[in-house]
Design a protein around this ligand. Sequence first.
Ligand SMILES: NC(=O)c1ccc[n+]([C@@H]2O[C@H](COP(=O)([O-])OP(=O)(O)OC[C@H]3O[C@@H](n4cnc5c(N)ncnc54)[C@H](O)[C@@H]3O)[C@@H](O)[C@H]2O)c1
Ligand SMILES: O=c1ccn([C@@H]2O[C@H](COP(=O)(O)OP(=O)(O)O[C@H]3O[C@H](CO)[C@@H](O)[C@H](O)[C@H]3O)[C@@H](O)[C@H]2O)c(=O)[nH]1
Length: 328
Amino acid sequence: MKKILVTGGAGFIGSHICLKLLEKGYTPVVFDNLTNGHPDAVPDEAIFIQGDIRKKKALDSVFAAHSPLAVIHLAGLIEAGQSMSSPGLFYDVNVTGSQVLFASMQQYDCKKIVFSSTAAVYGNSEKYLIDESEPVCPTNPYGRSKAIVETILADYCKIHGFRALALRYFNAAGADPAGRAGERHEPETHLIPLCLMAAKNNGRAMSVFGTDYPTPDGTCVRDYVHVDDLADAHIAALQYAMKATDPAFEQINIGREEGSSVLEVLKLCEKITNCRLKINFKERRAGDPYRLVSHNEKAKNLLGWEPKFTDLEDIISHAWKFMEQADR
Ligand SMILES: NC(=O)c1ccc[n+]([C@@H]2O[C@H](COP(=O)([O-])OP(=O)(O)OC[C@H]3O[C@@H](n4cnc5c(N)ncnc54)[C@H](O)[C@@H]3O)[C@@H](O)[C@H]2O)c1
Ligand SMILES: O=c1ccn([C@@H]2O[C@H](COP(=O)(O)OP(=O)(O)O[C@H]3O[C@H](CO)[C@@H](O)[C@H](O)[C@H]3O)[C@@H](O)[C@H]2O)c(=O)[nH]1
């Protein structure tokens, strides 16, 4: 069996990656402490172990028992807003947890890894399309925690011979086109699922955080990428890391090269759900960069990856289909 360790595999993006790994003939070994994941999000054919990435003994026993070929490391805390009030927690889980994982990988000679980084490492950039050469300048502890892990990984590549790809994804959205998985964060804080939940609940009010940003309509702009495309990017990155013969470290943007404002997303959600949303205009959310839109040339050139889902309406429609059938 070609086993791949997937930390955080019971979460939103991880569960979609597991489906894709199985389609490609790999067996995912999911390691997740379920703080934000769901055991039933792990496909039946995958192996599931409940555990915390900060516990080295638990990780060591997974490497000893399963000898994975490589690691896809998604486990961590994800909300930029929450990181503004609890930075220590983010550094503990995201940075300390990653260090413990890398130490275990080194001990068991498993040196290929795809790491979930984020567009949040860039912060506020002058450029509309941000490429990987832009300075790393995060505006919140969440983004800083990911930037620190990238630096640690680069050192592990140079010094310990790791082959690592840090995928800097922009905003993950949508759901498995076949309806097998979707987004189930609890509590939900993300814009698209919140709009869809509001629509499902007959037009419950939506908050718009900030209307005075330097963007065309004053609300924040993000690049929403389909979670199925993200999962494909992980397979391409995994195969790249497994083929690499030299120790290598790359940071690669995964996005759609298209920005949408909060108000544009709201309007599209209204159209798809055929529901008018009540809107409460609120203060800016602390730590939010005003615009994050990817340049994705490097992913095309290095991984042969490009998004299949180029229209935000299709992406949100898949999320809506999943939400309509789910109990939310
Ligand atoms: N969702 C996005 O838009 C987005 C964008 C860029 C990067 N990312 C990154 O992608 C990864 C996955 O994001 P997601 O949206 O699927 O989030 P998620 O919360 O659904 O998944 C993360 C998973 O990690 C698990 N986890 C948390 N702490 C853990 C610990 N200490 N030990 C073991 N497991 C732990 C959670 O239980 C959860 O299942 C994260 O690292 C996130 O920072 C997400
Ligand atoms: O009720 C809401 C929720 C969000 N927003 C705004 O919508 C935008 C998108 O917010 P959200 O969906 O929470 O995503 P981000 O804060 O952009 O962060 C996501 O996208 C990042 C990559 O850009 C990832 O790294 C993070 O893990 C992931 O949570 C932001 O401007 C928010 O202020 C609102 O106006 N109202």
